[in-house]
Write a protein that binds this ligand. Structure first.
Ligand SMILES: Nc1ncnc2c1ncn2[C@@H]1O[C@H](COP(=O)(O)OP(=O)(O)OP(=O)(O)O)[C@@H](O)[C@H]1O
Length: 356
């Protein structure tokens, strides 16, 4: 297991890159804890695989260094970085038994056979394939084969990190939740440093202690699921995390008052705007209160999603989503207020502080 330091890493696929926009990965400078479970989350093309490949050594960054436990591994090949990788599609030796598939990386490293038996048996139990140890991998379902790949990733006890690249893509939807929680448990039991790439927020939020949200080649926030929900640092995090995402609306700021259309909303303090050209107010649908007092809204649609209702409304000409409990009352002349602590002000897409 290792602590991972990404020191001023940047990557461009073209040697001629100059401007920030030429870089598939803009500057990344972070320390990831030994034993942490990190998810790289973001939409297609945001740079997740580029960053993962730099960590694994499949890609040499255009700039910067990568350190495992303080040791510079930038010039080392994947093999010499001592990491395990699980890819999107299962990599399984069909002619070998399930047991031998898992034993392969250990035997390859001349681990004593007694230790191989102990370790493989333990992992097979963890991934629920104990009963299939002697079966040949050929003919197994895609789910079972991917479990073998996961098991092979987890079987070595000496790896610096385990890297997962969208490992649940081929897994049947009903099995996904089961494997997701199993992986989380495996992380707790093993204490490995794990980096998990996904574009699925449920996968990221279930698996990770820390979610690394990427947008347009940049890490926009690293935080716990609660931090991303409660205090998104960037409008992209507000919009991407949560369902529905954060409401964002153009705002004018006058001291510690926010003005949306003809409505004035008191803030906790005066935001520091730093000469930004674009100002937005963000409020999550869960923190919009509805009642008979407050600012007027026009309701367009009410969606019943079981224990909650999503109200789609119009507020000062902006569309606004509101999440209510299934039994919450919707008055004939509905008014709204925003939970003061949950209001975020974003200047050129980044959250700014509100001085109290
Ligand atoms: N080998 C390559 N040559 C040139 N450009 C590339 C190459 N690989 C990726 N890119 C570009 O770099 C950017 C980041 O791609 P990357 O694959 O890292 O994103 P991603 O978030 O992993 O997306 P996905 O989920 O689709 O894999 C994209 O604009 C992509 O087109």
């Amino acid at each position: 297991m290792a602590r991972i330091n990404l020191e001023h890493i940047r990557h461009a696929y073209s040697a001629k890159a100059k401007a920030a926009g030429d870089y598939a990965l803009k500057e990344v400078h972070h320390e990831w804890d030994d034993g942490g479970a990190y998810a790289l989350l973001g939409p297609s093309g945001c740079g997740k695989t580029t960053l993962l490949n730099i960590i694994s050594g499949l890609l040499h960054p255009s700039d910067g260094r990568i350190l495992f436990d303080g040791l510079d591994v930038t010039e080392l090949s994947t093999q010499h970085r001592n990491i395990a990788q699980v890819f999107q599609f299962p990599v399984v030796y069909d002619t070998m038994t399930v047991f031998d598939n898992l034993a392969f990386p250990l035997r390859n490293r001349h681990v004593p056979e007694a230790e191989v038996q102990r370790r493989v048996t333990e992992i097979l139990e963890m991934i629920d394939l104990g009963g299939m140890a002697k079966r040949r991998a050929q003919g197994l379902t895609a789910d079972q084969k991917q479990k073998i790949s996961l098991g092979r990733g987890l079987v070595r006890s000496d790896v610096n990190a385990i890297l997962f690249d969208e490992p649940l893509t081929v897994i049947d939807p009903h099995m996904k939740w089961q494997l997701r929680s199993q992986l989380k448990m495996l992380h707790r039991q093993s204490g490995f440093t794990m980096v998990y790439v996904t574009h699925d927020q449920t996968e990221a939020l279930t698996f990770a202690d820390k979610v690394v949200v990427m947008h347009d080649g940049e890490i926009v926030q690293i935080g716990t699921p609660a931090e991303l929900f409660e205090r998104p640092s960037h409008t992209f995090v507000g919009y991407f995390i949560g369902s529905p995402g954060m409401n964002l609306m153009p705002v004018a700021i006058d001291g510690s008052t926010a003005k949306v259309g003809d409505q004035s909303i008191a803030l906790k303090g005066a935001p520091k705007l730093n000469g930004a050209s674009k100002l937005e107010l963000g409020i999550r649908p869960e923190f919009v209160r509805m009642g008979r007092e407050g600012m007027p809204v026009t309701i367009a649609k009410i969606e019943d999603i079981g224990r909650q209702k999503i109200v789609r409304a119009s507020f000062c000409g902006q569309s606004l989503s509101i999440v209510l409990g299934e039994d919450d009352d919707i008055p004939a002349d509905p008014k709204i207020t925003f939970e003061p602590d949950a209001i975020g002000i974003f200047a050129d897409s980044w959250r700014v502080g509100q001085e109290g």
